[in-house]
Ligand binder design. Structure first.
Ligand code: F6P
Length: 373
C-alpha cells in the first residue's frame, strides 16, 4: 500500500452518504493538518457531484478550504461541503433517449477531474458506499484515504465511528423524557431509532435509557413475548412500558420493514415502530403511542467524544497520506489509530453480537429482546 509517488501539493476531501455529527470536525482536522504540511486543501461539493456536475455550482464544484473556511466548525452538525446518498458514481443513473433509465460507471471521469485540477490525493469520509467508491478509485490510480462515518456504528474494522455517540445521546434524552409521560398515563411508548440493519443505537440507548424491551434486527422478536413482558410488568404494578425498536427490527420469520426502494440507493427502512405499537395495542388493550426519532439522531452538535474521534480521524488521514499510504481506512483499535486496507473493511457489516457482554448486561438488567424460548 505504500507507494513511491510525487510529493503531495493538493488534497481534496469528500463527504458522502448520510450526514453524521462530527463530519465538520474531520474536515477541520484534515484541513489544518494538511495546511500545516504546506498542502492546498479542497472540498468536493455533495459527495462527488461537484466533480461530475460542476456546472451546477456557481462557486465551483470544488472549493478551496482555507483556515478561515474551517474556523469554528468543530461543534457544527452536518457538513460544510455537503453530502449525497444518491447518484453513486459507480452506478450513476442516466435517462436514455427512449426514456428508460440505465446505470453507468462514471469513476473514470472522477479520476480525470483529479488530474485536471492537479489534485494528488482524496480523503473520502463516508460509510460503506463511500468505502466501495474509494477502493475503486484507488485501484484506478488515485491516492485515497478513507475515514469511516456512520451513526449506525455498523462499519467493520474500527471499534467505533463518529456520529454514533451523538445519536445515542440524543436517543437517550428522548427516552428519558418519555418515561414520565408513559408513567403518568400508564401507556406503552414505542420509540423507533435508526441504525439500518444493525441494532447498536437501539441497544445502547435502550440500556442507558432504562427501556423494558429492545427489538433489534440481530434478534428477531416474538410478538407474544412482547405482550408477555408488558403483562408481567402490569402484574408487578408497573403500568407503563418503554419499547425501543431499531428501524431494521423484524419478527421471527419476517423481514425488515422497507418504505422505499430506488435504483442506485440503499433501501429506506421505517414503519416498524407503528406496526409494533398497533400490534401491542391490539393484543394487550393498552394505549400505545409511537415516537420515531429518525433524522433527529443525525442532526445537531456532536458530543465531545465524537468530536475527539472525528478530529483524530481527520488528522490521521493526513498522516497516512504523508506516509505514502493509499487505499487504507483510518480506524480506531482500542486507544490506537491504525490503517486498514479499504477492501478489508468494505462490504463487512458489524452487527451486535448476540453473545456479547452488552446483550448479556441488558438481559441481567431485566430488559427483554423478546426472542422465542
Ligand atoms: O446510515 C445512516 C442512516 O441514518 C440510517 O440509520 C438510516 O436508515 C438512513 O441513513 C436514512 O437515510 P436517508 O437520510 O436517506 O433517509
Amino acid at each position: 500500500m505504500t507507494q513511491e509517488l510525487r510529493p503531495i501539493k493538493r488534497v481534496a476531501i469528500s463527504t458522502g452518504g448520510g450526514d453524521a455529527p462530527g463530519l465538520n470536525a474531520v474536515i477541520r482536522a484534515a484541513v489544518l493538518s494538511g495546511l500545516k504540511r504546506g498542502w492546498e486543501m479542497y472540498g468536493i461539493r455533495d459527495g462527488f457531484h461537484g466533480m461530475l456536475t460542476p456546472e451546477q455550482y456557481p462557486e465551483g464544484g470544488i472549493i478551496r478550504l482555507t483556515r478561515d473556511r474551517v474556523r469554528g466548525i468543530t461543534h457544527l452538525g452536518g457538513t460544510i461541503i455537503g453530502t449525497s446518498n444518491r447518484n453513486n458514481p459507480m452506478r450513476y443513473p442516466i435517462v436514455m433517449p427512449d426514456g428508460s433509465k440505465e446505470e453507468v460507471d462514471r469513476t473514470d471521469e472522477i479520476v480525470r477531474a483529479f488530474a485536471l485540477h492537479g489534485i494528488d490525493a482524496l480523503i473520502t469520509v463516508g460509510g460503506d458506499g463511500s468505502l466501495e467508491i474509494g477502493d475503486v478509485l484507488a485501484k484506478k490510480g488515485l491516492r485515497v484515504i478513507a475515514v469511516p462515518k456512520t451513526i449506525d456504528n455498523d462499519l467493520d474494522k474500527t471499534d467505533v465511528t463518529f456520529g454514533f455517540d451523538s445519536a445515542v445521546a440524543f436517543a437517550v434524552e428522548g427516552i428519558d423524557r418519555l418515561h414520565s409521560t408513559a408513567a403518568s398515563h400508564g401507556r406503552v411508548m414505542v420509540v423507533e431509532v435508526m441504525g439500518r440493519y444493525a441494532g447498536w443505537i437501539a441497544v445502547e440507548s435502550g440500556i442507558a435509557g432504562s427501556a423494558d424491551i429492545i427489538l433489534i434486527p440481530e434478534i428477531p422478536y416474538d410478538l407474544s413475548k412482547v405482550s408477555q413482558k408488558i403483562q408481567e410488568r402490569e402484574q408487578g404494578g408497573r403500568f407503563f412500558t418503554i419499547v425501543v425498536v431499531a428501524e431494521g427490527a423484524k419478527p421471527i420469520g419476517g423481514k425488515s420493514s422497507v418504505v422505499h426502494k430506488e435504483a442506485g440507493r440503499a433501501e429506506r427502512l421505517g414503519g416498524i415502530g407503528e406496526k409494533v405499537a398497533a400490534e401491542i395495542q391490539e393484543i394487550t388493550g393498552k394505549e400505545t403511542r409511537v415516537v420515531v426519532l429518525g433524522h433527529l439522531l443525525r442532526g445537531g452538535t456532536p458530543t465531545a467524544f465524537d468530536r475527539v474521534i472525528a478530529l483524530r480521524f481527520g488528522a490521521a488521514a493526513v498522516r497516512a497520506l504523508e506516509q505514502g499510504l493509499s487505499n487504507v481506512m483510518v480506524a480506531l483499535d482500542g486507544q490506537q489509530m491504525k490503517f486498514v486496507p479499504i477492501e478489508e473493511a468494505q462490504g463487512q457489516m458489524k452487527s451486535v453480537p448476540i453473545d456479547s457482554d452488552i446483550i448479556q448486561t441488558a438481559k441481567d438488567l431485566g430488559i427483554s429482546f423478546c426472542e422465542p424460548d
